[in-house]
Design a protein around this ligand. Sequence first.
Ligand SMILES: Nc1nc2c(c(=O)[nH]1)N[C@H]1C(S)=C(S)[C@@H](COP(=O)(O)O)O[C@H]1N2
Ligand SMILES: [Mo]
Length: 396
Amino acid sequence: MVRPLRGTLTRLTRPPDRLRVGPFREGAFTSSLHSQRTAAWLGLFLGISFSVCFVTGLASHAIQHPPAWFHWPARPVGLYRATQGIHVAAGLASIPVLLAKLWTVYPRLWTWPPLESLAHAAERLSLLPLVGGAVFMLFSGLADIALWYPWTFFFPAAHFWVAWITIGALVVHVGAKAAVTAAALRRTQGAGTVSSGAGLTRRGFLTTVAAGAGTLTLTTVGQTLRPLSRLGLLAPRRPDVGPQGLPVNKTARDARVVHLARQPSWRLLVEGKVTTPLSLTLDDLRALDQREARLPIACVEGWSANADWRGVPVRALLEMAGADASSHVAVESLQAKGLYRKSVLNPSHARHPDTLLALALGGEPLHIDHGYPARLVAPNQPGVMQTKWVARLVVL
Ligand SMILES: Nc1nc2c(c(=O)[nH]1)N[C@H]1C(S)=C(S)[C@@H](COP(=O)(O)O)O[C@H]1N2
Ligand SMILES: [Mo]
């Protein structure tokens, strides 16, 4: 198989004169910034940032859709806040680096002959899922944190499956390029000082890309690092802006619960596998022992903020109802429709003393957009699982 292909291709070694125009011209790309060494440095950064995104993304996915073997602990309290903050920050910082990398290597699209052997064909073909996947991952992630959905597919599923394709193609690519990359990085001669002709040295170019990535990080990471919140010019959220000084993703109006949440007939039901089903009014709940906990809301979109919550430990409610200690607990909202109207607590989260049915935030009753009359708040959980406007706990 390889032989005949190679035979045909060597005959093609010189492109037909007719084609030797534009990018096919001899020396069409003069900038030394298209060098292997530049590509290697950018590739190294992308290899690391994509691996970080992949691992943190898998964790986030497993927490929200836990397989039987997976256990996510309630401590450390802010672990998810850190992993998801890093996930989004690493993805954002990758954007300028990926653009620079694509610019650095695009002249190779016109190498001649286009295919030299089956291995070369396979390597070139693997660029399709790699580049397509990488662009898709960063674009869809960016659009998601901006709450912009210019597509019909379901973002979490697409972002998850394309991540596997991208990382698979990345592994193949790194395998194919390992030797070249290592050699390019080891080479010391003219390290970064060669002029590109356009004025920028390689070092200058790489520094510019790094500065771009750094600036993007500094102007967005304030969505989770409070001390940098004032620098968050490009961040979709500021962690201190919103009712009661906390951002809101879904308002009570958007969730269509304004009327229901204010009904005096509201009750918290504790049902399912219990010995004593409960139906409690807001005053009943307020009369129970209250507990305070400082816990973050850490949204999958990368913003997060700590807050002081006060309410009834879910554990106390489960004990009152006589629930089995090893059971999972579904937390259901008044919200009739929507993906995040319900969440499930694993047994250790459900029994953690700081897992609260919160009634107050920062010393005041919950704002309706934060889940009045009662919301779930648990340590080390993604924001999507911190169900607001709770109506029912179902012991499973
Ligand atoms: N019922 C319900 N609860 C919900 C949501 C929702 O859409 N419906 N959104 C969740 C998401 S995505 C986040 S990040 C947190 C945000 O909580 P906050 O608005 O109080 O900051 O609420 C969560 N609780
Ligand atoms: Mo969220």
